[in-house]
Design a protein around this ligand. Structure first.
Ligand code: PLP
Length: 461
């Protein structure tokens, strides 16, 4: 093939690359809310299945033309809606290569590099968080799957301890498992409970304080009320307030119980373990049995990436390990499929490795400390503004605010949306309408933060 023929064959790659760079270059200038919403996009792209194919390069051009107006600027510095990471450039570049390489991360012989990089990521993750080196770690799609996978390990181990093999015999006729969680548990925890047959409604819900932390007296009473195998699900980083459950009080209750397991949903809060100045917040957190966290939120790994961490690696593998005659068995090597529900999947370890490598421990710690400092700065600044109230104790990256009345809070939300210079999302927290400021994007600067505060001050006055 001649050089020009090769270039012609690769044109769609250049097209995608140039468009990607163009997008990246304007990351900070872009208005955070997309121009088009779902319905407008559907009206634009909702055609019948094409009968005939289109040239690769035209497909890419059409994709860019039709998708661009519907992209929220989640990777920009003025995006404070929900807890969404900004996809670190080193991770994004590694992710491009991951697609080109097309590795199936399910098995160390099918994809040796994918398995090896995941093993290094496992070791680095545990070192960063100062968790035991023998923990099992699975690279899953996100915290939803991380939490569910850990709950499957918990279900297995709690029932094994009472002589029941749930992997073989299923839940019909199984001994009872009690699930205890705070009434502020994340919505996705309930998806895990329903998928695992543990039941959304069956779970015992414990009341929480104004920050969303489990009431320890209520938890104590429930823990003491029964000896049946018990799964306690606590939280590091409440989705609105950023609050952490009081692990140093929860852990002794769990350990005093004859058969209990403590799982922690730390979708974004778990990274506090890495930060020396946040150690008071995480006291006791390392003594849990399992943890779920996201790579794609605060760590800035491109979507999708989450980590499930289980202290007892054997219990971690028990519900998941798939064996088949055609699958090579490698006892000495990491078999990634033994730690996640899937067999075939994306080689997430490459992008995760790239972000760890690009930031290093000090870069990760500095980023988290910076975001926490920004959140506290907003809290201080808004404290001086009449008509705006910071609703939560700012301990992490989350600030929730309200105005004097529900209507004024809503008006503030709408005005900010109309101006489309800063993206904030609304929510109802403990019956109160609030605006959520989530600071999780690495490109966010102090100018972005001050600009947001100025906008709120101007709109509310
Ligand atoms: C985001 C989040 C989840 C769910 O994580 P996904 O990555 O969306 O699957 C669970 N718990 C908490 C506290 C979260 O913030």
């Amino acid at each position: 093939m001649s050089a020009s023929e090769t270039n012609e064959k690769l044109r769609h790659f250049y097209n995608a690359f140039e468009n990607a760079l163009e997008y990246e270059r304007h990351q900070s200038d872009r208005a955070p809310w997309a121009e088009s919403g779902y319905s407008e996009l559907m009206a634009e792209i909702g055609e019948a299945l094409p009968e005939t194919g289109l040239a690769n390069n035209e497909v890419i051009s059409e994709l860019v033309n039709k998708a661009s107006s519907g992209l929220n600027a989640t990777t920009g510095g003025r995006f404070f809606g929900w807890v969404i990471g900004a996809s670190h450039p080193a991770g994004v570049a590694a992710d491009w290569l991951t697609s080109i390489w097309g590795q199936n991360a399910g098995n160390p012989q099918v994809a040796p590099a994918a398995a090896a990089f995941e093993e290094v990521v496992r070791q680095w993750l545990l070192a960063l968080l100062d968790l035991p080196g023998e923990c099992g770690v699975g690279l899953v799609t996100g915290a939803t799957m991380a939490n569910m996978t850990a709950m499957a390990a918990a279900r297995s181990e709690l029932l094994k301890r009472v002589g029941y093999d749930v992997e073989s015999d299923g839940l019909f006729g199984a001994p009872e498992i009690r699930v205890i969680l705070g009434d502020e548990a994340h919505a996705t925890i309930y998806s895990g409970l329903s998928l695992l047959g543990l039941g959304r409604q069956r779970a015992t819900s414990v009341g929480t304080d104004e920050q969303g932390r489990m009431d320890i007296d209520a938890l104590t009473a429930v823990m003491h009320s029964s000896d049946v195998p018990t799964l306690v699900i606590a939280q590091a980083g409440h989705i609105n307030t950023g609050a952490f459950d009081c692990f140093d009080e929860i852990v002794p209750l769990v350990r005093a119980h004859p058969n209990a397991w403590l799982h922690v949903d730390g979708a974004f809060g778990l990274w506090a373990l890495a930060v020396p100045s946040l150690q008071p917040l995480v006291a006791g957190l390392r003594d849990a049995d399992s943890w779920g966290t996201d790579g794609h939120k605060w760590l800035q790994i491109p979507y999708d990436c989450g980590f499930v961490i289980v202290r007892n690696a054997e219990a971690h593998r028990r519900p998941l390990q798939a064996t088949a005659s055609y699958l090579p068995i490698c006892d000495e090597q990491r078999d990634p499929s033994h730690y996640v529900p899937e067999l075939s999947r994306r080689a997430r370890g490459f992008a995760a490795w790239a972000v760890f490598k690009a930031l290093g421990r000090s870069g990760i710690v500095a980023m988290i400390e910076k975001h926490v400092a920004f959140a506290k700065h907003i809290e201080r600044e808004l404290h001086e503004v009449p008509g705006v109230h910071v609703v939560n104790d700012v301990v992490l990256n989350q600030v929730i605010v309200s105005a004097d009345s529900e209507i004024e809070t809503q008006a503030l939300e709408e005005k900010l949306k109309d101006e489309n210079h800063y993206l904030l999302a609304g929510a109802v927290y403990k019956g109160k309408r609030v605006l959520r400021i989530s600071i999780t994007g690495y490109p966010t600067s102090i100018d972005d933060i001050d600009g947001l505060v100025d906008s709120i001050r101007r709109i509310i006055s």
